[in-house]
Design a protein around this ligand. Sequence first.
Ligand code: HEM
Length: 131
Amino acid sequence: MSQSYNRGLVEDFGRWREFSAGMWAWVFHKFTGWVLVGYLFTHIAVLSTALSGPAAYTGTIRTLEGLLVVRVLEVGLLAVAVFHILNGCRLLLVDLGVGLERQDVSFYASLILTGAIVVASVPTFLAGVSL
Ligand code: HEM
């Protein structure tokens, strides 16, 4: 017989027996954290083209920013960063004992706010890209 849990309670939020909000929050946080670490290497690789001089750096940035795939990846990076920051702040509050009983609500709020910010950013990211 399947047992029902109250996902808003700290005792039940992290249970793994079913696909719970707490499990997704954990998976998304780890995933986004490690994607950010991966991006750091990409970021340093792109910045290091400046060692070959201003023209080389400008050329690299112009080429990358002209590619649709790069713009789409940038939207994805924003999504990953915004979610990690919002959910990370939520986790820090939880660590301080704030909102323990409403963890599912605060997780869904992080997701919705991330979605709204990402959707609002799309016109800016796609502006001027050559299709
Ligand atoms: C304002 C910005 C950020 C906040 C508030 C934040 C918050 C947090 C918190 C609270 C955790 C621990 C989650 C847990 O208890 O399991 C965490 C994990 C992590 N963060 Fe961040 N973080 C931020 C930025 C970053 C950045 C910029 C990176 C990468 C460059 C990053 C990479 C990671 C990784 C890889 C983990 C998971 C570590 C593990 O596997 O246990 N975070 N973050």
